[in-house]
Design a protein around this ligand. Structure first.
Ligand SMILES: O=P(O)(O)OC[C@H]1O[C@H](O)[C@H](O)[C@@H](O)[C@@H]1O
Length: 170
């Protein structure tokens, strides 16, 4: 049925994506990390349609790693997406099929085009909730297996009080 949808992601649902497992175990699994509201004017899977969404990621960290979305590629691999930041500061972490990882800085007014086949995740590096709008094809779907389960090959960590994009061996 077409309509407005919403979902929330709690820490307990993000097990395994943060580096510091000990810090993670010491935190309340019911803590909400992010919420998504999105409009589905056509049924999911419709070719040629678009969805529109708003994501809000809370400020916070697990150990020295900032709160972030799980991250995904599109199940229909070649589908692209736009993100537009409205409030807060963050990093859009991207990984292509060759394994290259990079980021784009997010701040109010920043617009980000995410090509098909590129995995994407958003990290809140600020002190306030990070909000961004998104527009993606209604048949894109989500694939949460990034690089065969290895992840993004990069982490955003607080170092000397500042966010640092660090490539990893993954
Ligand atoms: O699906 P996640 O990786 O948890 O990201 C959360 C959400 O971020 C954005 O709003 C995307 O447009 C959504 O499609 C996605 O569901």
């Amino acid at each position: 049925m077409p309509g407005l949808r919403s979902s929330e992601k709690k820490l307990g649902q993000l097990s395994g994506i943060f580096r510091d497992a000990q810090a993670f175990r010491g935190m309340d699994p019911d803590t909400i990390v992010y919420r998504v509201w999105w409009w589905e004017p056509v049924p999911g899977g419709t070719e040629g349609g678009l969805f529109w969404g708003l994501t809000e990621i809370q400020p916070g960290s697990v150990g020295d790693e900032y709160y972030m979305t799980h991250g995904h590629r599109h199940a229909v691999l070649d589908r692209a997406e736009f993100y537009g930041t409205t409030v807060g500061e963050g990093m859009l972490v991207l990984r292509d099929e060759s394994g290259r990882s990079w980021f784009e800085a997010m701040k109010p007014g920043s617009l980000h085009y995410i090509s098909g086949r590129v995995a994407h995740r958003v990290v809140n590096t600020g002190d306030v909730p990070l909000r961004f709008v998104a527009c993606w094809p209604s048949d894109a779907g989500h694939d949460y297996q990034i690089a065969g389960g290895k992840g993004f090959g990069a982490r955003v960590l607080r170092q000397n009080g500042k966010p640092s994009f660090t490539l990893t061996e993954e």
